[in-house]
Design a protein. Structure first.
Length: 298
């Protein structure tokens, strides 16, 4: 039995009864195929990171469960053909560190619910570090390799937020975040992604420290990518394309030197070809405005 979590988003137009029925349907699929459900998290209706099938909001659920590996393909098939489900993401926890995190998350969520209900002390609530971003890469993937041979890829993502002021004026603000890929995920990103590619990434926030060429201490926050989904008109279809960064070891030193010479390789221009009907693409960010890295706020 392997450890998994599945996040799925339901249409916001469903009634409470329909939402409850659809949740029971997913639970039934899991149990009938040999899964043991540990925890169900109802996250409520939230604004989507980007519009999906004309919807700007969705109802989120996360289920932590244990299951045999042959269940996952059947679960993906059913979730993909279920009309009421806008998007889904399945995460597999494999090594000891990831399984320990799964245990903390599932038990911590249950413990948190119990303590809130009884108005007791909530000091037992586990810490949580997860980041989900949708945006465009600001530069090609820069590859290097750890002494162990594991691939490490670096890039940055631009994420734009649109909003209206109190006067009704429409504005945009763009945030630039450094991101890193490891192991097989880094190799896939280097092969299929380049500057301007639209991606959905899920990972955790990291705090990096190093000394620059002048001996000054420097630091920054970045996102270590754990799951990757490639978006855009050439691959955007009903079948999700995502990759998990799992079971890849790499050397991570406490002091990070971005100026050290590293082994690099050219970015491949390969792209997926898909004949499925294309969804209307979102407005792309003009990455060419940021050719000069000194203009970026990191």
């Amino acid at each position: 039995m392997k450890h998994y979590e599945v996040l799925f988003i339901l249409k916001p137009t469903l009634t409470e009864e329909e939402v409850s029925a659809k949740l029971d349907f997913v639970k039934e699929v899991l149990v009938k195929n040999g899964a043991q459900i540990e925890t169900i998290v109802e996250m409520g209706t939230r604004k989507l990171a980007y519009k999906i099938k004309k919807y700007e909001r969705g109802t989120y659920f996360v289920i932590y469960f244990k299951a045999p590996t042959n269940l996952i393909s059947e679960l993906e098939r059913i979730l993909r053909i279920t009309e009421e489900i806008l998007r889904f993401l399945i995460v597999k926890y494999e090594n000891k560190k990831e399984i320990a995190a799964w245990e903390r998350l599932s038990k911590g969520i249950k413990q948190h619910k119990k303590e809130v209900k009884t108005n007791e002390n909530i000091e037992g609530w586990s810490m949580f570090n997860k980041v989900v971003l949708v945006g465009n890469l600001t530069r090609d993937i820069e590859m290097r390799y750890a002494p162990s041979g594991s691939a490490i890829g670096s890039s940055a993502i631009a994420v734009t937020r649109k909003f209206s002021t109190n006067t009704g004026e429409k504005r945009e603000e763009t945030c630039f975040i450094d991101i890193s890929f490891f192991g097989r995920t880094a190799e896939i990103a280097n092969q299929y992604l380049n500057k301007g590619s639209k991606v959905l990434i899920e990972g955790r926030l990291r705090f990096e420290q190093w000394s620059d060429q002048n001996g000054q201490n420097r630091s920054k926050h970045s996102v270590q990518v754990e799951n990757l989904e490639m978006l855009g008109s050439s691959i955007q279809n009903n079948q999700q394309t995502h990759y998990n960064n799992q079971n890849h070891s790499y050397d991570q030193q406490q002091s990070f030197d971005p100026y050290s010479q590293v082994q690099t390789k050219n970015t491949s221009s390969n792209v997926y070809q898909n004949n499925a009907p294309k969804e209307t693409p979102m407005r792309e960010i003009d990455i060419d405005k940021y050719d000069d890295d000194t203009d970026l706020p990191f």
